[in-house]
Design a protein around this ligand. Structure first.
Ligand SMILES: *[C@@H]1O[C@H](CO)[C@@H](O)[C@H](O)[C@H]1NC(C)=O
Ligand SMILES: *[C@@H]1O[C@H](CO)[C@@H](O)[C@H](O)[C@H]1NC(C)=O
Ligand SMILES: *[C@@H]1O[C@H](CO)[C@@H](O)[C@H](O)[C@H]1NC(C)=O
Length: 500
């Protein structure tokens, strides 16, 4: 784009020059020109001279030596300029010139110079035109926070002579929205998406300013926790929790379990996880702009741990009672329970009930707890069932000892063992106690067995004289002493007579 300098010097100046310099003069539209690096500059220029002169040579130079009026170098012959310089004027009065692709090196004062045929008259237009070349620099705050109002300025080192339109780029994309006053870009309420590389340029120019990065701070977003492995977590696994949350600057991450700090950093690892690690884990994401929390619950799967049988009621168990065995075990997921009595499967379910219990139910019980991660048996539990005496009966003792009377033995079945009392039929008070009883007379005897849970009488057993004789005959075969046998016989006989 070229800079067309529209207005020539005011007329009165020309008139003054005309008076003082006898119509010799050069007038430039601008004494100072500020041009954008890389652009094309056109300097408007007119010159005057007294009538009668013929112009021999017109050219531009950047060199003058005070007081000297010799031939200064013609810019069009300077290799630095020759390719970029174009004289647009003529040899009458127009001395416009165009310089393209200006750079900082072109910053000089430039003069138009002409010579005429009469006396080789030379004239230089002094002072000349000072050319300043500027680049563009984006000025913006280093750090802004989301929501702030931000103003970006496209700076030039001199005020551009050309009133051009500024354009803005973010990450090389032209911005169409929110253009502000001439060389400024206003971001009313800055968003995180506004962060990026900014450049500015002038409409119609290829020069683009260097990039400036706009950093937009924002508080952490809601953190996301990912768990690895992602599926089921089994006791013994190595588990990694990964807390990620978007923020600028990057957030500090810390981990909590039930209010207690357990670690810091984005990754929280648990090697050889156990059921003790179950629970809720929180990650906290914090930067200078805010903080956010997220939580996750770990559910560790494990085989049954402590398998224990408890018995209800807890005290003694009496025949006819209802008894409940409860198998408790710690496992995840809950286990399947099965029951065994002395190695034989007897039922399933956490509770095993026996109603109307009897001594047949005595034995060793245990439960087995099993889930997909393993199984375990409880210790065996034994319980004894209390019951009152039963099967109470009296019999003669097989063992007959010399000097003994008739000995009766009372047998019974009970738990705990029964106390035995002996009775003679039609007598109210007991005649003896203990397992065995010596009948010193004939009659009908029975025993009664008793424990805490009840009592039972046996059937009566008759003891007659014949029984005594049998006993004596039996004894005789073993003993030589006739006297002793006779004495015994007599004694027994007398006793019998008394009894009858
Ligand atoms: C944590 O999660 C982030 C986001 O999903 C991911 O980029 C990163 O690689 C993860 N780190 C590990 C160690 O898994
Ligand atoms: C309990 O069992 C006994 C024998 O085992 C039986 O005689 C009795 O009728 C039973 N009682 C009930 C209530 O089932
Ligand atoms: C003993 O009592 C029973 C019935 O209580 C009776 O039948 C029997 O005659 C009695 N015996 C004697 C010897 O009194």
């Amino acid at each position: 784009m070229s800079l067309i300098m529209a207005s020539p010097l005011p007329l009165f100046l020309l008139m003054i020059q005309g008076v003082s310099s006898a119509d010799w003069g050069v007038s430039y539209s601008h004494s100072h020109i500020c041009a954008l690096k890389g652009s094309t500059v056109t300097i408007s220029c007119t010159f005057t001279y007294p009538t009668g002169h013929q112009i021999k040579k017109v050219y531009w130079t950047k060199t003058t030596i005070k007081g000297k009026d010799e031939d200064f170098p013609d810019l069009s012959e300077d290799p630095e300029y020759s390719q970029r310089l174009q004289y647009l004027g003529d040899k009458q009065q127009n001395c416009n010139i165009r310089l393209s692709h200006v750079t900082q090196k072109d910053e000089h004062e430039y003069y138009f110079r002409f010579t005429t045929d009469i006396q080789d008259k030379k004239w230089t237009g002094q002072p000349g035109v000072t050319l300043a070349v500027t680049d563009l620099q984006v000025e913006c705050p280093e750090r802004v926070t989301e929501g702030d109002s931000v103003r970006l300025t496209c700076k030039s080192s001199c005020t551009l002579t050309d009133r051009a339109t500024f354009i803005w780029y973010r990450n090389s994309q032209p911005l169409t929205e929110r253009r502000d006053t001439n060389n400024q870009l206003l971001l009313q309420s800055v968003r995180r998406e506004d962060a990026g590389r900014y450049n500015c340029a002038l409409h119609g120019h290829t020069y683009i300013s260097p990039s400036v990065y706009l950093d937009v701070m924002y508080p952490p977003g809601n953190p996301v926790i990912s768990i690895s492995p992602s599926g089921e977590i089994v006791e013994g696994d190595s588990v990694t929790l990964n807390c990620s949350s978007d923020s600028n600057p990057p957030a500090e991450i810390s981990w909590f379990k039930g209010g207690t700090s357990v670690g810091s950093g984005r990754i929280y690892s648990i090697s050889k996880i156990s059921s003790d690690h179950n629970g809720e884990y929180k990650c906290k994401s914090i930067n200078e702009n805010g903080e956010k929390y997220a939580a996750v619950t770990l559910n560790v799967m494990y085989p049954p741990h402590s398998v224990v049988v408890s018995i209800s009621p807890s005290g003694e168990i009496v025949e006819g009672d209802s008894v409940t065995l409860i198998c408790s075990s710690d496992s995840n997921p809950p286990a399947e329970i099965s029951w065994f009595k002395g190695g034989t499967f007897v039922g399933s379910g956490r509770i095993y009930s026996i109603s109307n219990i009897s001594s047949d139910h005595s034995g060793k019980y245990k439960c087995k707890s099993i889930n997909e991660h393993g199984g375990k048996y409880s210790d065996a539990v034994t319980f004894s069932i209390m019951y009152p005496p039963r099967n109470v009966s009296v019999s003669f003792s097989a063992e007959i000892v010399e000097g003994d009377s008739m000995t009766l033995v009372c047998s019974s079945d009970s738990n705990p063992p029964a106390e035995i009392s002996w009775f003679k039929e039609n007598q109210s008070s007991a005649v003896g106690s203990g397992q065995s009883f010596s009948a010193l007379q004939s009659g009908r005897f029975f025993c009664e067995a008793q424990n805490t849970y009840g009592s039972m009488k046996s059937a009566a057993q008759s003891v007659t004289g014949a029984d005594f004789i049998n006993t004596l005959v039996y004894l005789h075969s073993f003993h030589q002493s006739r006297e002793l046998i006779m004495m015994s016989f007599l004694f027994q006989f007398i006793m019998m007579v008394i009894a009858v």
